[in-house]
Design a binder for this molecule. Structure first.
Ligand code: GRF
Length: 200
């Protein structure tokens, strides 16, 4: 299965997926919307094709999404992985990759969609926080949940300590979700929930 990974910054989740060396998976390209994304260097150093589709060069979101889709489609991927990709995508884009577009969100969805999830968790006083890998649908941070990991929120946590604890789990669950997809084990049931074949 061929995979295109979209990043905007550091790319540590992309790195975790690359390092997992998932049998049957080939990382065809890493594409960033920001030329300065730190993750591009890692991808290049690992012999992975990289590209930049700079959102600032496109006045309209639809133009950017069309350029991004054109770039993705040159690699004809079976799966598109959003890994810290910080742009909202148009419904047309999401529809084009329906069923083969994954995202990771740093909260236990449906809690805390949007930005600053760790701050939201601390301010709300939740004792348990985490991360979610989900299929992307048109609504923001929504869509069938593939896997989640929970971490405790400790009394002395600040955004940075909590983010680091969650990130360690992201690096574990994202490669797992991709492995399941590549192995053809993910199905969506008639109520829109993900079933992982072979996992109860
Ligand atoms: C991750 O916490 C991801 O869940 C969030 O942004 C962060 C990206 O980190 N959306 P990285 O670029 O994968 O290192």
């Amino acid at each position: 299965k061929s995979i295109v990974i979209l990043i905007s910054g550091r790319g540590s989740n992309m790195e975790a997926i690359v390092r997992a060396r998932i049998p049957g998976a080939r990382i065809a390209a890493v594409i960033s919307n920001r030329p300065a994304a730190g993750g591009l260097a890692f991808a290049q150093a690992h012999g992975i094709a990289t590209a930049v589709v700079d959102h600032t060069a496109h006045a309209e979101r639809t133009d950017f999404d069309a350029a991004l889709a054109a770039c993705i489609d040159t690699h004809a991927p079976d799966l598109v992985v959003l890994a810290g990709f910080m742009r909202l995508l148009t419904p047309a884009f999401v529809q084009r990759y329906e069923g083969r577009l994954l995202n990771i969100h740093p909260s236990l969805l449906p809690a805390f969609p949007g930005l600053h999830t760790h701050r939201q968790a601390i301010e709300t006083g939740v004792r348990v926080h985490g991360a979610t890998v989900h299929f992307v649908t048109a609504a923001l941070d929504c869509g069938p949940i593939v896997i989640q990991a929970a971490v405790p929120v400790l009394p002395d946590d600040d955004e940075a300590t909590l983010a680091a604890r969650v990130l360690a789990q992201e690096h574990r669950i994202y490669p797992q979700a991709v492995r399941w997809f590549v192995d053809g084990r993910l199905a969506i049931d008639d109520r829109g929930r993900v079933r992982v074949r072979g996992v109860r």
